[in-house]
Design a protein around this ligand. Structure first.
Ligand SMILES: *[C@@H]1O[C@H](CO)[C@@H](O)[C@H](O)[C@H]1NC(C)=O
Ligand SMILES: *[C@@H]1O[C@H](CO)[C@@H](O)[C@H](O)[C@H]1NC(C)=O
Ligand SMILES: *[C@@H]1O[C@H](CO)[C@@H](O)[C@H](O)[C@H]1NC(C)=O
Ligand SMILES: *[C@@H]1O[C@H](CO)[C@@H](O)[C@H](O)[C@H]1NC(C)=O
Ligand SMILES: *[C@@H]1O[C@H](CO)[C@@H](O)[C@H](O)[C@H]1NC(C)=O
Length: 429
């Protein structure tokens, strides 16, 4: 009886292992195909390795020590690739996603981090009306992300304006926000007379060579991408089904009332009508803006609902994080995020968090000299007119409820410091 089951199981496991090996070998050969200058006709694995190690001497003159070392290196690489994680930090604007992205950008030499690569895709797909075709954009975002997770920039390149020449571009959006795109291995010599708006700050580099970026990416253990552009989590389902990827989604959310308060400061002219209306003027709230607000809240809520429901395709791949919890307990939350991804939480990340927050106080519970982060988190309450808070509550009610943000029923409650609007809530288990 037992043997009857054991044999198919062993057979199945063997198939799984063979499948994984095949993936790795095909990935190695894919990589070699990308660099035509090394593409001698080669079929066997050892030929591939020889080329890979750059040792193109005639057989008699090959350095055996070096070859052996490369072989060991290869099996090590193989082991690393097996644990490779593909992290996608999903957020909307004004949720502190740049800050949270730093948790991964600061990880160190093992991480390849990209900051908003989909900016180019959205820009290219923006219609004259100002928006994008959501269906077309979702598909493009997904395909570009999938390729980027495999360290392939070719589809992204087709969205960069001006189009890169020989995989070289001086126009990659916010290159300097990604330490991986400014490290030595990806830094080519400065070219006189080429203007680079997003130039590296840590060292002087010439235009970005995406072939170099891709090579560097392949050498890293993990890859993380931050994006505020994906609308619906389920459009990314194919990424979870790609056997070459081990995707981890982290969705970052924030109180929509706070987001709006922040937007009203950042885009003051856009919200002129809202302000006048709130002050008792006659200008009605622009319906379009309300519709947009509702659309955003609904998208965020629907994505989170799918994630929290943990369907099979998302099992172990989804984590929800509130901005407010990160602002109050950055070290605790960062370590939870790392535990979720299965990547070690490095001392570099810890020290970056210590330097940039008051996390040292977090454990002892003593807030002192620096900004009081609980207070910081709720500062918006003194900026947002109560009438506008009411509009948000009406339009985004279910979203507030799902994430544990308390409704305010009066101006007094909105501005009463002893009432917290953040309920304690645990989303992930
Ligand atoms: C072969 O390569 C190893 C490792 O790089 C080096 O230590 C050794 O000196 C090389 N031997 C010869 C004969 O070039
Ligand atoms: C949006 O794009 C999809 C797919 O490309 C297309 O089928 C559809 O007609 C487009 N919708 C609009 C309103 O343009
Ligand atoms: C870009 O990098 C690749 C890989 O290192 C190199 O082969 C290529 O010559 C570089 N391109 C330019 C224009 O420097
Ligand atoms: C920080 O803010 C919280 C919440 O408003 C409050 O309970 C705490 O006493 C404040 N701490 C300091 C040192 O101001
Ligand atoms: C603020 O809230 C506390 C706790 O609910 C309440 O006791 C207090 O009276 C409120 N203060 C004002 C000014 O409404």
């Amino acid at each position: 009886m037992k043997i009857k089951y054991t044999i198919p199981i062993v057979f199945f496991m063997a198939l799984v292992i063979i499948e994984k090996e095949n993936n790795i070998i095909s990935r190695v050969s894919d990589k070699l195909k990308q660099t035509p200058q090394t593409s001698l006709q080669s079929n066997s694995l050892s030929d591939l390795l020889l080329e890979h190690s750059g040792s193109r001497l005639p057989p008699g003159k090959r350095n055996i020590t070096l070859m052996k070392w490369r072989l060991e290196d290869y099996s090590e690489q193989k082991a690393l690739k097996r644990g490779r994680k593909h992290i996608l930090l999903l957020a909307t604007t004004r949720t502190g996603s740049s800050f949270v992205g730093e948790f991964f950008n600061q990880q160190g030499d093992n991480m390849f981090y990209l900051f908003e690569p989909l900016w180019h895709v959205e820009k290219m797909l923006t219609l004259e009306s100002g928006g994008t075709n959501a269906t077309a954009a979702a598909k493009a975002y997904r395909d570009v992300l999938q390729q980027l997770f495999l360290c392939d920039f070719s589809l992204l390149e087709s969205f960069i304006d001006p189009l890169p020449v020989d995989h070289i571009t001086a126009a990659l959006f916010r290159r300097e926000s990604s330490s991986s795109l400014c490290e030595k291995a990806v830094c080519s010599p400065v070219v006189k007379g080429v203007f680079e708006r997003y130039h590296c700050k840590t060292r002087r580099c010439g235009p970005l060579n995406l072939t170099m970026a891709s090579e560097s990416c392949l050498k890293k253990e993990h890859i993380a991408i931050k994006s505020v552009r994906v609308r619906q989590l389920d459009t990314l389902r194919p990424l979870t089904e790609d056997p070459r990827l081990d995707v981890k989604f982290i969705q970052l959310v924030r109180d929509p009332r706070a987001i709006l308060a922040s937007r009203m400061v950042a885009f003051a002219t856009k919200y002129k009508n809202w302000k006048e209306w709130a002050m008792g003027g006659n200008v009605p709230i622009d319906d379009d803006e309300v519709r947009k607000l509702k659309g955003n809240c609904d998208n965020i809520r629907m994505s989170a609902k799918i994630g929290l429901r943990q369907p099979l395709w998302l099992r172990g791949r989804y984590m929800l994080v509130r901005y407010e919890d990160i602002a109050r307990f950055p070290m605790k939350k960062a370590s939870e995020m790392y535990r979720f991804t299965g990547i070690p939480f490095t001392p570099q990340v810890k020290s970056w968090i210590l330097k940039n927050t008051q996390a040292s106080k977090e454990t002892s519970g003593v807030y002192s000299t620096q900004k009081n982060s609980s207070e910081q988190v709720e500062k918006w309450r003194f900026k947002l007119p109560f009438k506008i808070a009411q509009v948000v509550q009406k339009v985004c009610g279910p979203t507030l409820k799902l994430f544990g943000y308390k409704f305010v029923s009066s101006e007094e409650m909105l501005t009463n410091k002893s009432v917290s609007l953040i309920e304690d809530k645990v989303f992930n288990f």
